[in-house]
Write a new protein. Structure first.
Length: 186
């Protein structure tokens, strides 16, 4: 009888060990599945980190290109400002090539007797200078008479200077457009 009791106790212990082994197997299989999921997650994290590093390098390169482009734009604006200041300082009309003035006998300048005579003489002198700029080769024997001829010469010179200014402005605008296209094409 003692043998049977010991056999019964042994069977109970074997059944308990078998139940414990099944439960332990389930936990181990869950642990293996978790380990595989963790390995997959680590691999995906490693891939994402590599893509982030590549994106960061690309962003740095883009930042450097942006800085370079910004510097070019600043330099272009400086050049534009310099060109505008040069154009603003330029004379209104085309200037003739410097040449020696023809030598003539000194002309006696009449002394003005009134304010109107003085004004007429100044207008005549201005018309003479303007006509000298318009046709530098022409030599005048006598001073022009104050009147309509002087006014026509002044108006003609002003019209010529306006057309020269217009041409300069058009050239500046074309240069600006070309500069902008070159900057943003790069």
């Amino acid at each position: 009888m003692t043998g049977m009791i010991l056999d019964g106790v042994l069977m109970l212990l074997l059944v308990a060990a078998l139940g414990y082994g099944v439960r332990l197997e389930k936990k181990l299989s869950a642990l293996r599945a978790g380990q595989q999921a963790f390995a997959t997650a680590v691999t995906e994290l490693n891939t994402a980190a590599g893509r982030a590093e590549a994106a960061l390098a690309s962003l740095r390169a883009s930042g450097q290109e942006t800085d370079l482009l910004h510097d070019r734009i600043i330099k272009a604006r400086e050049v534009k400002a310099q060109l505008e200041s040069l154009i603003a300082r330029a004379p209104d009309g085309p200037r003739p090539a410097p040449q020696e003035a023809p030598r003539t006998a000194p002309v006696a300048v009449p002394v003005p007797s009134s304010a109107e005579d003085e004004r007429a003489l100044r207008m005549a002198a201005l018309a003479e200078r303007i006509q000298g700029m318009a046709s530098p080769g022409a030599v005048r024997a006598s001073a022009p008479v104050a009147g309509g001829n002087n006014v026509a010469a002044i108006l003609g010179a002003l019209t010529a200077s306006r057309s020269a200014n217009q041409a300069a402005k058009q050239s500046l605008n074309q240069t600006r457009r070309t500069l902008d296209e070159d900057l943003f094409a790069a």
